[in-house]
Design a protein around this ligand. Structure first.
Ligand code: SAM
Ligand code: SF4
Ligand code: SF4
Length: 373
């Protein structure tokens, strides 16, 4: 799709950017009424609480992973957001505090590539001041070796580093910018040395591309204290040409590892945890599998997302978001914004992965790099 622009084909951007203040006024009233009725913390229409917030701090990336930001779409002329449209660090911290009042206990900084956002440690410091929150970040690792100490000093607790293969040629093809594996491994070591632990390693497995990476990744990180999480390739966004045949199921991944390195299932750390945990029977650590396609976990999904330009999304596969930036910049006080967010959460009915099928492929989904992976 060369030359395609987000404005005309991929996302109905006019809808996304339009201030939805009228309906948000109604939401503020709705939220206030419910809070007055004593129904906080909010539960959505399926009884799910709000526990996690993923914040996309930039829609830009220095990689072009074939499953996320394919080069022929995210090319030189791709219309990334101008700086004025991004939430400032102060605005992000304000939204985060409001979400924490509504029950959020885990915040993940993501993108795009979050370490491309200049002075990110200043945002980390603001968020680290919020009491009772587990603060973490997902990165491709390209800039992590340089930033790890500053991030830790600012209050970041842990990191997740994405790495799809140990074989250098395969990894270079997958990130599509010829980035070498060795630099990501150095970044993981630097994060470890800086105390950003336990480190999780995210590996998306795509059929015909890197299923041979499963065992080498498991072997390499077994016994290191780092936890590899194998992710089923998902139909996020509108541009990665996803096909069900390209998905390697979590069950197949577990079988592949278990044949050589025996595994047993482990309990979830908390209800709503995305990864299913498996530990090595010899006690040398654990892996996770994220079966978002073959075993939908919408029933326990407690995640909200804040896009780079301040829209709230209640599902990774949403087609539209709610303009919180309009409220932040429109002289609304924190209570009004809190009421609007609570009302949005109470209305939430998302369960895309449970209903994924032939027709859902045609819906206009938001790109993961913008909404936050
Ligand atoms: N750039 C950072 C990185 O890659 O770690 C953070 C953003 S990225 C969108 C967050 C995570 O989403 C990464 O671990 C990536 O592998 C995963 N991801 C991206 N596209 C995916 C897809 N189509 N299916 C499954 N996971 C995907
Ligand atoms: Fe960039 Fe992360 Fe997407 Fe890869 S997965 S293109 S590193 S945002
Ligand atoms: Fe949550 Fe939506 Fe994913 Fe279901 S499809 S688990 S509701 S983000």
């Amino acid at each position: 799709m060369p030359g395609m622009s987000r404005n005309d084909k991929i996302i109905p951007l006019a809808d996304l950017r339009a201030p939805r203040s009228a309906s948000l006024d109604a939401l503020i009233r709705e939220g206030a009424n419910n809070t007055a009725a004593g129904s906080a913390p909010p539960q959505d229409t399926r009884g799910r609480f709000l526990h996690d917030l993923r914040i996309s701090v930039t829609d830009r990336c220095n990689f072009r992973c074939v499953y996320c930001m394919p080069k022929d779409v995210f090319g030189r002329d791709y219309p990334f957001l101008p700086h004025s449209e991004l939430l400032t660090f102060e605005e992000i911290a304000r939204v985060a505090r409001i979400f924490v009042r509504l029950g959020v206990r885990k915040i993940r900084l993501t993108g795009g590539e979050p370490l491309l956002r200049r002075n990110l440690e200043q945002l980390v410091a603001l968020l680290a001041e919020i009491h009772g929150v587990d603060l973490t970040l997902t990165t491709n690792g390209a800039l992590l070796a340089r930033e790890a100490r500053a991030l830790r000093a600012a209050g970041l607790r842990r990191v997740t580093v994405s790495l799809d293969a140990l074989d250098d040629a395969t990894f270079r093809v997958m990130n599509d910018v010829d980035f070498p594996v060795a630099r990501v491994l150095e970044a993981i070591d630097a994060a470890h040395a800086a105390g950003l632990t336990p480190i999780k390693i995210n590996a998306v497995i795509k059929r015909g591309m890197n299923e041979a990476a499963v065992l080498p990744l498991a072997r390499h990180f077994k016994g290191t204290g780092h936890i590899v999480r194998f992710i089923e390739y998902m139909d996020v966004g509108h541009t990665n040409g996803w096909r069900m045949n390209d998905v390697v199921s979590a069950a197949e991944i577990v079988r592949t590892i278990d044949r050589e390195l025996p595994l047993e299932v482990a309990d979830a750390n908390y209800a709503g945890e995305v990864a299913e945990r498996w530990r090595y029977r010899d006690g040398t650590g654990e892996i996770g599998v994220i079966a978002s396609v073959t075993q939908a976990f919408c029933r326990d999904c407690t995640r909200a997302r804040l896009s780079t330009d301040g829209k709230m999304f209640t599902c990774l596969f949403a087609t539209d978001g709610y303009d919180l930036r309009g409220l932040l910049r429109g002289n609304r006080d924190d209570t009004e914004i809190e009421n609007a967010v609570a009302a949005l959460w109470r209305r939430r009915a998302d369960r895309y992965s449970e209903i994924r099928g032939a027709n859902t492929g045609r819906t206009q989904k938001i790109e993961m790099s913008y909404i936050g992976g």
